[in-house]
Write a protein that binds this ligand. Structure first.
Ligand SMILES: C[S@@+](CC[C@H](N)C(=O)[O-])C[C@H]1O[C@@H](n2cnc3c(N)ncnc32)[C@H](O)[C@@H]1O
Length: 250
């Protein structure tokens, strides 16, 4: 067995990757989360196919919160010319780089950064920006969506948990000055879990309601945000609208 395969074999994985001998990487969830990954890839793939009609070679992709590289690798295998994955955790950058090397995907690279301090100018713009499974782990989700907008020159796909919203009118300083609520953010505590591989890095998470997310996307400069329909056999959270994948263009 090569050194690279030995290293891959010694680790536990969030994603089930096929290995050259036909075996798969050992996941720490015993396959229980394969369905959420596969559903999201299917939704993403269909949306990309509709938008770009299969001609991907001249296009750049940015995968924000790339974790161990699943969506970056899939996009490269689909034929995108350049894919950059960014994650706050150094161990994920190491793991995903090993998988890209295993598959011989020279067009993919990974780097470590916090989305809240990304230098958007030095990265340039991307035809596709992915922000899957990240927004609801952030303490500044609106700032992160502004960053997505700055980095995007065509399509952004955001996949996130959402919270139930409240609607109504708010006396905004006086009963004579009343404003409608545009959405809601739920505050979630991950402060005890920041060591976890999927968690927030600060532990303070603001999770949007669906109307809030759609309104913010419009306000930060995206056009026509739309919720993608989940397939009939989708992972339950996507099927029941507890999490959504939204496509927005610029
Ligand atoms: C639930 S996982 C989602 C991973 C992958 N995008 C997916 O959908 O399968 C959340 C990821 O966000 C990363 N993350 C958390 N906070 C971050 C931040 N402020 N900046 C960049 N990445 C962050 C974590 O390290 C983790 O890889």
């Amino acid at each position: 067995m090569s050194d690279l395969l030995e290293k891959i074999d010694a680790r536990e994985w969030f994603y089930s990757y096929e290995l050259p001998d036909g075996e798969r990487t050992r996941t720490y969830h015993r396959g229980e989360l394969d369905s959420i990954h596969n559903t999201r890839w299917e939704m993403l793939r269909r949306s990309i196919q509709n938008r770009f009609q299969g001609d991907y070679s001249g296009l750049r992709v940015l995968d924000l919160a790339s974790h161990q590289g699943f969506f970056s690798v899939k996009m490269a295998q689909l034929g995108f010319g350049e894919v950059i994955g960014i994650d706050a955790r150094a161990s994920h950058v190491e793991d995903s780089s090993m998988i890209a090397e295993l598959y011989g995907l020279d067009q993919v690279s990974f780097r470590q950064a916090d989305i809240h301090s990304l230098d958007a100018q030095s990265l340039g713009q991307f035809d596709v920006v992915l922000m899957l499974g990240l927004l609801y782990h952030l303490e500044n989700p609106i700032g992160a969506l502004r960053t997505c907008r700055a980095l995007c020159r065509d399509t952004c796909l955001i996949e996130t948990q959402i919270v139930p919203g409240i609607t109504g009118q708010v006396d905004f300083g006086s009963y004579e000055f009343v404003r409608p609520l545009k959405g809601t953010f739920g505050l979630i505590d991950e402060t005890g879990e920041t060591h976890g591989p999927e968690a927030s890095i600060t532990g303070i998470c603001l999770v949007p309601s669906l109307d809030g997310l759609m309104w913010v996307l419009d306000r930060v400069g995206f056009s026509d945000p739309s919720v993608l329909p989940p397939p009939p056999d989708a992972y339950e959270q996507l099927r029941h609208g507890k999490r959504v994948m939204v496509a927005a263009t610029v």
